[in-house]
Write a protein that binds this ligand. Structure first.
Ligand code: SF4
Ligand code: SF4
Length: 217
């Protein structure tokens, strides 16, 4: 009943990808049985040819509005059905380990939405990396998606690696046992993106490594 209601909600968002996964890989295992993870495409699906930082940031913000709208509707459904849930924060809560308490990326991989590209972001077949991820932890069981364990990046593709202006990517193909530091110098990426905080009032959206990806275009 709950699953059907949630699936019906997503029927009204045909562009949004979603799936369910258990939480055994996370620190929330034993508290919430499942995670619902979804991927909202960025407002404009940019390539390197059409990329500007402002357009990229706007695409992210447009997707964010849709994420918030969907989360509000999910909260209504779950509250009405008296189901325990928790919306984990999007971003890392400190600038040292740069890790969020619940990894949306890992949830997306476990739910079968995509794999991790050489650019260390989730790559979906439909939109490539041009999606904003969100997740909600729910204390119920659902029909889970098929976990993806290997990269579907073509072996020879290195478009994201070459597009990174700071050489933060290592040209490594992900698999389920990979850790983030195998793929990316994430501190360097964060440090470079943080340089714009003084001028823009926010981190630089950057995203050259996403605009370069041939998936989804
Ligand atoms: S976000 Fe920018 S700095 Fe970070 S890996 Fe991608 S292209 Fe490089
Ligand atoms: S640009 Fe190529 S290597 Fe990088 S994430 Fe996309 S498909 Fe994978």
């Amino acid at each position: 009943m709950l699953e059907k209601t949630i699936r019906n909600l997503f029927l009204t968002y045909p562009r949004v990808l979603y799936g369910f996964t258990d939480t055994s890989y996370s620190s929330y295992a034993g508290i919430y049985q499942s995670a619902l993870v979804f991927a909202v495409p960025y407002g404009e699906q940019l390539t390197l040819e059409t990329y500007t930082e402002e357009k990229f940031e706007k695409g992210i913000q447009d997707a964010r509005k849709v994420v918030e709208e969907i989360l509000a509707q999910l909260e209504k459904i779950l509250t009405a059905q008296k189901v325990t849930y928790y919306i984990p924060p999007v971003a890392q809560n400190n600038e040292t380990d740069l890790e969020a308490p619940f990894s949306f990326k890992f949830a997306a991989v476990n739910a079968g939405l995509g794999w991790i590209g050489k650019n260390d972001v989730v790559i979906t077949k439909r939109y490539g990396p041009r999606v904003r991820l969100s997740a909600i932890l729910i204390d119920e069981r659902f029909a889970y998606g098929d976990k993806i364990t290997k990269s579907l990046c073509p072996e020879t593709c290195r478009k994201c690696v070459d597009a990174c202006p700071h050489k933060a990517l290592y040209n490594i193909r992900w698999n389920i046992d990979s850790v983030r530091s195998d793929l990316i110098d994430y501190r360097l990426c964060n440090e470079k993106r943080s340089m714009s905080v003084k001028t823009l009032g926010r981190k630089h959206a950057c995203g050259f490594c996403m605009a370069a990806c041939p998936f989804g275009i």
